[in-house]
Design a protein. Sequence first.
Length: 365
Amino acid sequence: MGPNSFGLLLKMTTFGESHGPGIGLVLDGVPPGLALDLDAIQKELDRRRPGQSDLTTPRNERDRIEVLSGLYDGMTTGAPLTLFVANKDHNPSAYDDIAHLFRPGHADLTMLARYGIRDPRGSGRISGRETLARVAAGAVARQILADLGVEILGAVERIAGVQADLTHWDRLARTDPLAAKALTEKHPTRCPDPGAAEEMAQAIRDASAEGDSVGGVVVVEAVRIPAGLGDPVFGKLDGLLGWAMLSIGGVKGVEIGDGFGITDLRGSQANDPIGPGGLESNHCGGLLGGISTGGPIRIRLAVKPTASIAKPQRTTDDQGNEATIQVEGRHDPCLCPRILPVAEAMAAFVLADAVVRRRATGPDW
């Protein structure tokens, strides 16, 4: 894997900048003969795109997908699949006034330290706009997983300290994933608890009105997973999922299964009893020894408040002089609603890569 690539046998390499000509990706290792549903890819991109509601950035991008290679007559050829989305509403001049200032909470400082140069056009490669390539990759991955019946879905659990009750959604996720997905999409926060969703929305609007931002917690669940995906030691499925999630900008923590909560249990409580039908509980989050158990894989993500805010903040310029910065422009006051389809996509990609590896190196199911 390289700094712009991810995956073992199924590999994605993303390219492009937020305010450049466009964003794209190259997918290598896609099985040949897959009837690629471009409408399904576009549907996932539409879930991620900006300008969906007053809770997101107003940047107006349609994010229409183009296929540049690897597809013939609707079927994948086995050659690298290259997908591209042109930037239509980019405006790099909006950053002219702060081109020499370091934005608190952003990677301006660390990118300069790493490369000796930084892209002043927004956030360049480290912009949230890069994630549309990941969502496209995840949409292809979902189609690789389709014949196994795997479903990946998610929900926003908490924003600005407002906690949702996901009991009903959790039950639906396991029994009727499509209904659970529909419930999530009913509200622009992507929270399936109606009362909490309204409180979250108001908290986002209040922070935005003050030139500020808020963070939260996002849950991703993969259901109908066959047992036996993943590899022990360095190919652990939970390790790869953690890597995938932490590679998303704004994600500062990842839990699998009971996560940090399991530290308060005894082994007799934390161990999942095994019956004739498999594990009888799921404290492990669907993974043991880095390999899937056949139960739901549950992941929780801690998402920080958006770094770009209009409130004045103390900083320095690139010469070390003290300064005050106000980041104007079009930014999400909360990342959670739009980060959810990205997290689902990364989970789908890791699982599809595991399926490709299993089919290449393991026994048939």
